[in-house]
Design a protein around this ligand. Structure first.
Ligand code: CMP
Length: 140
């Protein structure tokens, strides 16, 4: 089934100029970019995006990190895009990620793990609309 998912290249990876390498892995993995931009979240915007994690012990640190520098957000599309992208990213903790995955190659630790991807169709829709208007997505 054709799906959409939201990808974020996190501040740790943007800072190290890894966007090109990460996008290459996304495209090589069979996903298509349908929307793309770079921006920096305020603390409040980061807190809004990660609101589902607000009770977690890592919430403050995570949202400080996510607002600490520019991020690159993308809408990715393809067959089973949500699971496909989770496979391309690898496990949340880079130390546990399979070789060849983005997080294994580029992630620094469980927080600075280089990328985010939606975990369900419902969250993909919410997360895409957090960053993109209808005009900012192409059909391809
Ligand atoms: P992400 O896929 O963006 O979803 C939530 C983020 O919280 C996760 O990636 C990590 O960057 C961060 N995080 C920090 N500590 C943890 C933890 N112990 N478990 C899960 N996520 C964590």
């Amino acid at each position: 089934m054709q799906e959409l998912t939201l990808s974020i290249i996190k501040p740790d990876a943007v800072k190290r100029d890894l966007c090109g390498k990460i996008i290459q892995k996304i495209e090589d993995g069979g996903l298509r970019i349908k929307g793309l931009k770079m921006l920096q979240l305020s603390r409040e915007e980061a807190r809004g995006f990660y609101a589902v994690h607000r009770e977690k012990p890592f919430f403050e640190s995570l949202t400080d990190f996510m607002s600490s520098g520019p991020i690159m957000v993308a809408i990715l599309g393809g067959e089973g895009a949500i699971d496909k992208y989770r496979g391309i990213m690898g496990a949340t903790n880079p130390a546990e990620a399979d070789s060849g995955t983005i997080r294994k190659e580029f992630g620094l630790d469980i927080e600075k793990n280089s990328v985010h991807g939606s975990d369900s169709p419902e969250n993909a829709e919410i997360e895409i609309s957090y960053f993109f208007s209808k005009l900012e997505m192409v059909d391809r």
